[in-house]
Design a protein around this ligand. Structure first.
Ligand SMILES: C[S@@+](CC[C@H](N)C(=O)[O-])C[C@H]1O[C@@H](n2cnc3c(N)ncnc32)[C@H](O)[C@@H]1O
Length: 199
């Protein structure tokens, strides 16, 4: 099944699967971002991070494979009077044409064999001193029932990030946290938290 079909069926249900609030870790890093930064949210789904960042006056673009997720994002942006650019695309087909000051991702479950290319494109898309900020489920998340894929091929290790992003400063940590993100993520979880800055 394609990512679009899989995620469209999840996002077709009423409400917002991961809630309305932004991911707490991403929100906690907003102080790193300069005024009017251009932000790219990848695997943005129904748009909770994009809405939060647009409300803070950043220039936000959101990419996702799910057109239904992005329609919900745009409906919410309209209700809130916000302008957010959206692009429905499988990230495996991403062509780097633009650079950003910040790229964010929360719980983007890409397969292991897709990551080398994705990480290279993220690095290439960052301006000098720009940040990649993200939260992902660790491979240890299989021991928790708070959400996320059961397939280890979709889960991450600290080393996945450490061994990539060659021209960057990296702060990558595995942490136990308590998630309170809609129906989709609830309870104790093991996550990888990433702050990467292009040098
Ligand atoms: C667990 S959801 C997280 C959504 C959002 N980041 C959040 O935290 O609320 C994973 C998202 O990644 C998107 N996604 C997964 N694989 C993708 C791919 N190859 N290309 C584009 N989007 C993808 C899905 O469509 C889905 O919206």
């Amino acid at each position: 099944m394609s990512q679009q079909k899989f995620w469209n069926s999840k996002f077709s249900r009423d409400g917002f699967l991961y809630g309305l609030k932004p991911n707490t870790f991403i929100a906690s890093k907003i102080k790193l971002l300069a005024k009017n930064s251009q932000v790219l949210c990848i695997g943005e789904g129904e748009g909770r991070n994009a809405i939060f960042l647009a409300k803070k006056d950043f220039d936000v673009t959101a990419v996702d494979a799910s057109d239904i997720g992005l329609l919900k994002l745009q409906d919410r942006a309209k209700e809130e009077g916000l302008k957010i650019h959206t692009l429905c695309m499988d990230l495996n087909h991403w062509k780097v044409e633009h650079k950003y000051d910040v790229i964010v991702a929360s719980y983007l479950h890409m397969y292991k064999n897709e990551r080398k290319e994705l990480f290279e494109k993220i690095e290439e898309s960052l301006n000098e001193n720009a940040y990649f900020i993200g939260e992902f489920f660790s491979t240890k998340q299989v021991n928790y029932s708070s959400g996320g894929p059961r397939d280890e091929d979709l889960l991450y290790t600290v080393d996945d990030f450490k061994s990539s992003f060659s021209l960057c400063d990296k702060d990558i940590k595995e942490q136990i946290t308590i998630l309170d993100e809609g129906k989709g993520h609830q309870g104790e979880a093991c996550v990888i938290r990433v702050v990467i800055q292009k040098l």
